[in-house]
Design a protein around this ligand. Structure first.
Ligand SMILES: Cc1cc2nc3c(=O)[nH]c(=O)nc-3n(C[C@H](O)[C@H](O)[C@H](O)COP(=O)(O)OP(=O)(O)OC[C@H]3O[C@@H](n4cnc5c(N)ncnc54)[C@H](O)[C@@H]3O)c2cc1C
Length: 397
């Protein structure tokens, strides 16, 4: 790309964003993820509509499917300009980040045309139907059954931990379509409309009282056979690729939506200083100061790694690198939370009550919530197995 093309694009983008990004879509606030069941505030809805019209909810997708066809040189410029004005991503979620790119890569032309433009406009929230009571890390032992009847599959079985399913319109589901084949070879990935009597969603109540997870039961639910992605009984390959898109999203390196790569300063030093600060404004305790410094170095290295992976993969989702970057991202985030809560002392032990500020309660809850980062999207041990086998090429034990 010539530098003139890049600077023209930057100028045009900056001018367009100045005119079209509503004030209410800048800074913290609502981020749409497609659910028809969650009302959007006016500015978030307007921002989504304007960005979708320009193809910038999925900037790297081809124009024919609702994207803007930006390449690896122009895409980062758009992201930089969005960050410069503090614009929120106009659309996130499993539509633009997981199933959309999977359909784009492995779906048929008919499936791309039917599904992608709607996903790019945020029409429908997606749930993920992978895990079952006896199939988590060992996903290939899944038992949810899909039986072909005419031109539809009839689904029966039970999925667990389906995040946000109570607010979703669609679900992509791994089903067993051949019970006789070796277990990795009898699986298919199918798209299912959740608004039908055969799909029953029950929130799983957690100790916190909140319920982001559900159990989703299929009881003679129906899905068209032409909504199997990547071919019947090819679901293991398709499903693994989708997991790479999921892990890339957790890792901050998925460039399917308009959010790729983070580059924000770590807030940790300032937060720690609220509790341990000397007269010069430094963190007062040397051991704590050194821990925060080590964390900052790791945090910065992680950001540079994210940017390098985005560049190297030419703005398309990486393969097995997604496991390595997801894992390091999770561990660095958890380490930062640990340092903060430890530095807060007894103020880090609050859950509710007037003795704690809202920030303190948030920090403590966040510290616990982020423990899930080394479970969701495949556990820490599963990621290490993948890195050992697929990245380092070590032999099976
Ligand atoms: C926040 C969050 C959101 C989620 N959202 C969804 C969702 O939307 N849809 C969905 O389908 N699922 C979802 N999940 C489920 C998630 O994918 C599973 O929890 C995860 O794959 C682990 O499966 P499991 O819970 O059955 O644990 P298990 O597989 O039973 O693992 C238990 C322990 O054994 C270890 N272990 C298992 N096998 C091995 C091995 N071969 N080598 C070494 N150690 C091993 C694991 O690392 C873990 O520590 C979500 C989970 C979380 C935490």
């Amino acid at each position: 790309m010539s530098s003139t093309l890049g600077s023209e694009f930057r100028q045009e983008t900056r001018a367009w964003l100045a005119d079209n990004c509503p004030e209410g879509a800048r800074g913290p606030g609502q981020t749409p993820w497609g659910s028809s069941k969650i009302p959007l505030d006016r500015d978030s809805a307007l921002w989504l509509e304007r960005m979708a019209e320009r193809g910038w909810t999925v900037p790297t997708w081809p124009k024919a499917y609702g994207g803007a066809g930006l390449d690896k040189d122009l895409y980062p410029i758009l992201i930089e300009e969005l960050k410069r004005i503090g614009a929120r991503t106009p659309l996130t979620g499993r539509g633009v980040n997981y199933i959309g790119p999977t359909i784009l890569e492995l779906g048929s032309e008919d499936q791309r045309q039917r599904w992608l433009p709607g996903i790019a406009r945020g029409e429908g929230g997606w749930a993920m139907g992978y895990s079952e009571p006896s199939a988590g890390s060992d996903l290939a032992s899944l038992a949810c059954r899909g039986e072909l009847i005419g031109d539809q599959y009839q689904l029966n079985g039970r999925k667990v931990w389906t995040s946000d399913a109570m607010h979703c319109d669609y679900i992509f589901v791994l089903i067993r379509t051949d019970t006789q084949a070796p277990r990795h070879e009898g699986i298919s990935l199918i798209l299912v409309d959740m608004d039908q009597p055969g799909v029953e969603v029950s929130p799983i109540r957690l100790i916190s009282g909140e319920s982001p997870f559900c159990e989703t039961v299929f009881n003679d639910a129906l899905a068209p056979s032409n909504d199997i992605i990547g071919g019947v009984n090819k679901g293991w390959t398709v499903g693994k690729r989708l997991l790479q898109y999921e892990r890339s999203t957790h890792a901050g390196i998925n460039t399917s939506g308009s959010q790729g790569g983070r580059s924000v300063a770590s807030p940790l030093p300032d937060l720690v200083k609220r509790y341990h600060s000397d007269e010069t404004g430094r963190i007062s305790e040397p051991a704590l100061r050194s821990r925060v410094l080590d964390h900052q170095l790791a945090f910065r290295a992680q950001q540079l790694t994210q940017q390098r992976v985005i560049q190297e993969t030419a703005a398309s989702a990486p393969g097995f690198a997604s496991s390595a970057v997801k894992l390091s991202n999770a561990l660095i985030t958890q380490e930062g939370d640990e340092i903060l809560v430890a530095a807060m002392g007894t103020q880090g032990a609050g859950w509710v009550g007037d003795a704690f500020t809202d920030d303190e309660i948030d920090a403590t809850r966040n510290w616990l919530k982020q423990k899930s980062l080394t479970i969701a999207g495949g556990t820490k041990e599963v990621q290490m197995n993948i890195i050992a086998k697929r990245v380092l090429g070590l032999p099976d034990a």
